[in-house]
Design a binder for this molecule. Sequence first.
Ligand code: CMP
Length: 143
Amino acid sequence: MEKTFLMVKPDGVQRNLIGEIMSRFERKGFKLAGAKLMPVPQGLAEEHYGEHKEKPFFGELVEFITSGPVFAMVWEGEDVIAAARQMMGATKPSEAAPGTIRGDFGMIVGKNVIHGSDSKESADREISLFFNDGELVDYQKDS
Ligand code: CMP
């Protein structure tokens, strides 16, 4: 079954949005495979955001994601990568539709509450950057 990596960013943690966000994915029916509250070390931040290395906002991006704890999650389900991106809404909160996480809770692009993998390749890469195999739980979920 497909897996994706989602991360409540430091702004979402500070604003007590972890429960709200987890609840949306639970109610949708996806299966939680792993989750943890953690600081993001500099090296991990730079590796995670490696594809944005040449962007003018790279420094800001790394500084923000290392500024406080994040809530890292792995969710599983049919087409979960695309579905989670729909549920998160557009990267720029000002363009995110109402009803999406960023549309409902975000204001600015640098502090857009949540990150989610954008492809199968990114999901595999990001899951292995943030989680050890032993931290992911495989279990039967009936509904
Ligand atoms: P995320 O999904 O975590 O992936 C890359 C992040 O870069 C994105 O969310 C935004 O938070 C951030 N980002 C994109 N454009 C800008 C920008 N112009 N200034 C600051 N941050 C940006």
